[in-house]
Design a binder for this molecule. Structure first.
Ligand code: R5P
Length: 296
C-alpha cells in the first residue's frame, strides 16, 4: 500500500483543459472503443488526418490485372510510400512478407467474377473474423452494391462484418461498388456512402464525383476514394487533389499507381497531395523530377 505520509494536497485539476481522448481525429470515431481507435490511428496519419491506401485486391474478381501479373514483384517496392495495404488474404499470404510494418486492410468478401454480366448478383464472406484476426487485419473491407440486385445480400455481409469487427475492435471499410445500371452521380454517392456509414462502416470507399464536397459532408465517417481506371498521371493527381480539397480523407488507389510509368514515384506523388497539401501541378512536377533522376 502506498505511504500516505508527506504528500502535499493536490490542487491543480486543470479545470480549463478538456480531458485527453474525448475527441478523436478520425471523423465519426469518438464513440468507438480504444482498440478500434488505435487501429484507425494506424491507418490515418494523425498530422494530416489522411491516408494513402494501396489497393491490389483486383485479382479477387478480375484475375491478373495489368500491372499485377506478379504481386510479389509489383507491390513490395511500393510499400514504403503508402500507409495501408489493401488486398485479399491469399495475396498477403503468398506475396507480402509477414514482417511488413504497414497495417493491412483485408478484403473479406468474395463476389462473382467478371465473367458474369452483373457481378452484384452474389457474394459472401471469403475470410471470417477469426481468420482476419489471425491475419492481424487492421481493417475489414466489404463490397456493397447499392441500387443493384445484390444490394440486400451485400448489406447483410456489411452488417455481419461490422458486428464481428466491433467485437474485436477492427474497423470495417464499406466499399461502394457501382453496378452496371448505376450512374456515378452525386445523388447516387450521397445515398450509397451515407447508407454504408449508417449501417456501421467506420470508413467508406467511394469514387470521386461532381458535388463531392456534399457527399463527404453528409457522410459521418471518413471517405477514401478509389482511383478507378488508369488516367494520365497528372489527371489522377488532379482527381486526388480535388477529392482531398473537397473533404476526402485519403485514397485507396490501385491502377493509377501500379500502372503508372513509375509506380513508386506515383505513390510518392499521391502522398504529397494527400499528406502535404501539394497541388496536382506541384505533385506532377515532383513525379517528373523522380522520373528524370531515375532515368526511366
Ligand atoms: C474495388 O473493389 C477494387 O477491388 C479495388 O480495390 C478498387 O477499385 C481500387 O482500385 P482502383 O484504384 O484500381 O480502382
Amino acid at each position: 500500500m502506498p505511504d500516505n505520509g508527506g504528500n502535499s494536497s493536490s490542487k491543480d485539476f486543470h479545470l480549463d483543459v478538456p480531458a485527453a481522448g474525448e475527441g478523436f481525429f478520425v471523423k465519426g470515431a469518438s464513440g468507438c472503443d480504444w482498440g478500434m481507435k488505435n487501429r484507425l490511428a494506424d491507418m490515418f496519419n494523425s498530422k494530416s488526418g489522411n491516408t494513402v491506401m494501396l489497393a491490389f485486391d483486383h485479382g479477387y474478381i478480375m484475375g491478373p490485372t495489368s500491372g499485377l501479373e506478379r504481386l510479389d514483384i509489383t507491390v513490395p517496392p511500393l510499400i514504403p510510400y503508402v500507409d495501408v495495404l489493401m488486398s485479399t488474404r491469399g495475396a498477403f499470404r503468398t506475396c507480402i512478407s509477414a514482417a511488413v510494418k504497414k497495417p493491412i486492410c483485408l478484403r473479406v468478401n468474395y463476389d462473382s467474377s467478371v465473367l458474369f454480366d452483373d457481378m452484384s448478383n452474389g457474394g459472401g464472406i471469403a475470410c471470417d473474423i477469426r481468420n482476419a484476426v489471425r491475419m492481424n487485419a487492421s481493417c475489414l473491407a466489404v463490397q456493397t452494391f447499392i441500387g443493384s440486385p445484390g444490394e440486400k445480400n451485400s448489406l447483410e455481409l456489411l452488417a455481419r462484418t461490422v458486428d464481428a469487427g466491433t467485437d474485436w475492435g477492427i474497423p470495417t471499410l464499406g466499399v461502394v461498388a457501382v453496378g452496371k445500371q448505376m450512374e456515378r452521380t452525386e445523388q447516387f454517392f450521397l445515398l450509397a456512402t451515407r447508407m454504408l456509414a449508417e449501417n456501421g462502416a467506420q470508413v467508406v470507399k467511394s469514387y470521386y464525383c461532381e458535388g463531392f464536397e456534399r457527399v463527404t459532408s453528409a457522410c459521418p465517417v471518413p471517405i477514401v476514394i478509389a482511383g478507378g481506371k488508369k488516367l494520365p498521371e497528372e489527371e489522377a493527381l488532379a482527381m486526388a487533389w480535388r477529392a482531398i480539397s473537397e473533404g476526402a480523407k485519403g485514397v485507396d488507389m490501385g491502377r493509377n499507381i501500379f500502372q503508372a510509368r513509375h509506380p513508386a514515384a506515383m505513390a510518392r506523388a499521391v502522398g504529397k497531395v494527400v499528406h502535404e497539401g501539394f497541388t496536382a501541378k506541384e505533385a506532377h512536377e515532383y513525379y517528373v523530377d523522380i522520373l528524370n533522376t531515375s532515368g526511366e
